[in-house]
Design a protein around this ligand. Structure first.
Ligand SMILES: Nc1ncnc2c1ncn2[C@@H]1O[C@H](COP(=O)(O)OP(=O)(O)OP(=O)(O)O)[C@@H](O)[C@H]1O
Ligand SMILES: [Mg+2]
Length: 490
C-alpha cells in the first residue's frame, strides 16, 4: 500500500472500473468521479496527489478540472486522457500545465509509468524548493541584523524595490553591509531562482575588467585563446552586482551606460550584438556625486545607476545595532570556533558602543571572531579588549585599564551624588583590600596618602578604627551599587 491518492475522472463506467482496478493493484488509494463537476466538488473537499481525467465529459470537461487544479491545488498532478486523434486538446492541456497526457485507448503499463514519473518529478521539485528556501534564508533579510530606525527603514526599502526591475545604487562606507544588501535584494526578487553575479570593479585590473564584464571572442587579444562569456551574459535572467562601480575607467563607463540603456553589448573583439535580461545593482564607497563634479565619473551614467539610491549609514551612526550585532557574531563564532565566549559585559559593551568603527560591521565582525578565540571565559570584559577600543570610551585609562562607567538612568541622576558614591565605593574597596593600610590603599587609587585622608574625611570614612596605622576599616564591605569591575563583569 502506498500513501498517494489518485482521483480517476471519466464518464464511461468501464474506463473508471478499469483504471480503478489497475491503480489499486499498484497500491494507490483510488476514488472516482463521473464528470468534471463532480471532480471539482471532490477536490474542494480534499487533496489528491494525482488526478487522471478524461477530456470530453458532460457538465464540466477535463480542461475545467485542469484549470481548477492549477488555481486551487497546484501541488496535485494532473494527467489528461484525450480521445484518439485529438492532439489539439493534448497540446492545449500541456500548455495549461498538465503534467502529461495519455491517448485512448489507455494501456495499463503506460498509466502506471506516467504516474510513477509524475510523482518522482514532484518529489524533485519539492527538494529543489526546499533548497531554494534555504538559500533564501542564508542570503535573505534574516541575515541582516539591525534594529535601529535607520536599518528598519532600509528593510522597508529593500522590500519595496526588490520586485522591481529598477537599477539600485547602494552607497555607504566600507564594511557597512552593501554586498549583503545586494544579495538580499536579489533573493527577495522574482529573479531569485537565477544567478546573482557579483563583480568587484575595483579589484580587477582595468585592462582585464572589460573582457571580464563583456566576455571576448577567440583571438580578440593575445591571450584570448578561446571565446569567453562575460559576467553580463552569465547574469542573464538574474542580477549583476557591480561592486565599487566608481572605480571604472572612462572607456568602460561608456560601455556600461549602453548596457544600462539598451541591455545590449558586444563581446570584446566580437561583432554580434548580445542582448541580456538583467537587473543591475551597483555599490560604491566613494562619493559618486563628487566624482561627477571632478569629472572622474560620467554624469549620465550616475543618473542611470542612481535610480533607486540606498544609503547604508556607518555603524557609529546606529549605535543601537551594536549589541544585536555583537550577539549575532558571538553566536556565530561560538559555533564556528567552538569558543566559550557567551556574552559581553556592560563595561566592554560601553567601550564598543563608544568606538568609532572606521571599518564598520566588518571590523566588529573581525573583532568578535578574534575575541571568541582568545577569550578565557564566557564573559568578555573591557579588560579583554584591545586598548584601541577601550580608549574610545573617552574615559581615563589607568595603565591601559579602562575605568568602569555607570549608565546614565533614563530619568537622569545627580552627578555630584554619583561622583561621591563612586569615590566612596572605590576608597572603601581599596581600604578593604589593603586591610586598612592607607599607604597601600592610596597607591591602589594612585593618590598620595594625604589626599586619600582628606577624601576619607570628606566622605566621613575616618572612624577611630581607620585612624591608626594598620587599623581595620570600619566597614569591610563596600556599600552602594556603583559598579565595580567585579560587579560589571559578573
Ligand atoms: N547588518 C548586518 N548584519 C549582519 N552582518 C553584517 C551586517 N552588515 C555587514 N555585515 C557583515 O559584515 C561584513 C561586511 O559586509 P559587506 O561585505 O556586505 O560590506 P560592504 O559594504 O560591501 O563592504 P566593502 O565596501 O568593504 O566592500 C560581511 O561579513 C557581512 O556579512
Ligand atoms: Mg563590498
Amino acid at each position: 500500500m502506498r500513501n498517494e491518492s489518485v482521483l480517476v475522472v471519466d464518464d464511461a463506467p468501464e474506463i473508471r472500473a478499469f483504471l480503478t482496478e489497475l491503480l489499486q493493484g499498484e497500491g494507490f488509494a483510488v476514488e472516482t468521479a463521473t464528470d468534471g463537476q463532480e471532480a471539482i466538488e471532490m477536490l474542494e473537499g480534499r487533496f489528491f496527489d494525482v488526478v487522471l481525467t478524461d477530456v470530453n465529459m458532460p457538465r464540466k470537461d477535463g480542461m475545467a478540472v485542469l484549470d481548477y487544479i492549477q488555481e486551487h491545488s497546484p501541488d496535485s498532478i494532473c494527467i489528461l486522457v484525450t480521445g484518439y486523434g485529438s492532439i489539439r486538446d493534448a497540446v492545449e492541456a500541456m500548455r495549461k500545465g498538465a503534467f502529461d497526457y495519455l491517448t485512448k485507448p489507455v494501456k495499463a503499463e503506460e498509466v502506471a509509468l506516467v504516474i510513477e514519473r509524475a510523482l518522482e518529478v514532484r518529489e524533485l521539485r519539492r527538494e529543489n524548493q526546499n533548497l531554494k528556501k534555504e538559500l533564501r534564508t542564508r542570503y535573505g533579510f534574516d541575515r541582516i541584523v539591525g534594529a535601529s530606525p535607520a536599518m528598519q527603514d532600509l528593510f522597508d526599502l529593500i522590500e519595496k524595490v526588490a520586485d522591481t526591475e529598477s537599477t539600485v545604487l547602494i552607497t555607504g562606507e566600507s564594511g557597512t553591509g552593501k554586498e549583503l544588501i545586494a544579495h538580499a535584494i536579489h533573493f527577495a526578487s522574482d529573479r531569485r531562482d537565477n544567478s546573482f553575479i557579483p563583480i568587484n570593479c575595483g579589484a580587477i585590473p582595468p585592462e582585464l575588467l572589460e573582457s571580464e564584464l563583456f566576455g571576448h571572442e577567440k583571438g580578440a587579444f593575445t591571450h584570448a585563446i578561446r571565446t569567453r562569456i562575460g559576467r553580463f551574459e552569465l547574469a542573464n535572467k538574474g542580477t549583476i552586482f557591480l561592486d565599487e562601480v566608481g572605480e571604472m575607467s572612462p572607456a568602460l563607463q561608456v560601455k556600461l551606460l549602453r548596457v544600462l540603456q539598451d541591455r545590449q553589448f558586444e563581446r570584446v573583439g566580437g561583432v554580434r550584438t548580445i542582448r541580456v535580461d538583467i537587473r543591475v545593482i551597483a555599490a560604491t564607497n566613494i562619493d559618486l556625486e563628487e566624482a561627477v563634479r571632478e569629472g572622474r565619473f560620467r554624469e549620465d551614467l550616475y543618473y542611470r545607476l542612481n535610480v533607486i539610491p540606498i544609503h547604508v549609514p556607518p555603524l557609529r551612526e546606529r549605535v543601537s545595532d551594536i549589541p544585536l550585532l555583537v550577539q549575532h557574531f558571538l553566536e556565530r563564532f561560538r559555533q564556528k570556533n567552538r569558543g566559550r565566549l557567551e556574552r559581553v559585559a556592560e563595561d566592554a559593551m560601553q567601550c564598543l558602543m563608544a568606538y568609532e568603527w572606521p571599518g564598520n560591521v566588518r571590523e566588529l565582525e573581525n573583532l568578535m571572531e578574534r575575541m571568541s578565540i582568545l577569550a578565557s571565559g564566557p564573559v568578555l570584559t573591557a579588560q579583554d579588549l584591545p586598548a584601541s577600543f577601550t580608549r574610545a570610551t573617552g574615559y581615563p585609562l589607568s595603565e591601559g585599564i579602562p575605568v568602569p562607567v555607570p549608565t546614565l538612568p533614563e530619568e537622569g541622576l545627580s552627578l555630584n551624588a554619583a561622583v561621591q558614591t563612586f569615590e566612596k565605593n572605590l576608597i572603601l574597596q581599596a581600604l578593604d583590600r589593603t586591610g586598612g593600610v592607607k599607604n597601600r590603599a592610596a597607591q591602589l587609587l594612585r593618590l598620595n596618602r594625604t589626599t586619600l585622608i582628606e577624601k576619607m574625611k570628606k566622605q566621613r570614612l575616618m572612624t577611630p578604627a581607620t585612624r591608626g596605622r594598620g587599623g581595620r576599616p570600619a566597614k569591610k564591605k563596600p556599600e552602594g551599587t556603583a559598579p565595580s569591575r567585579a560587579a560589571a563583569g559578573a
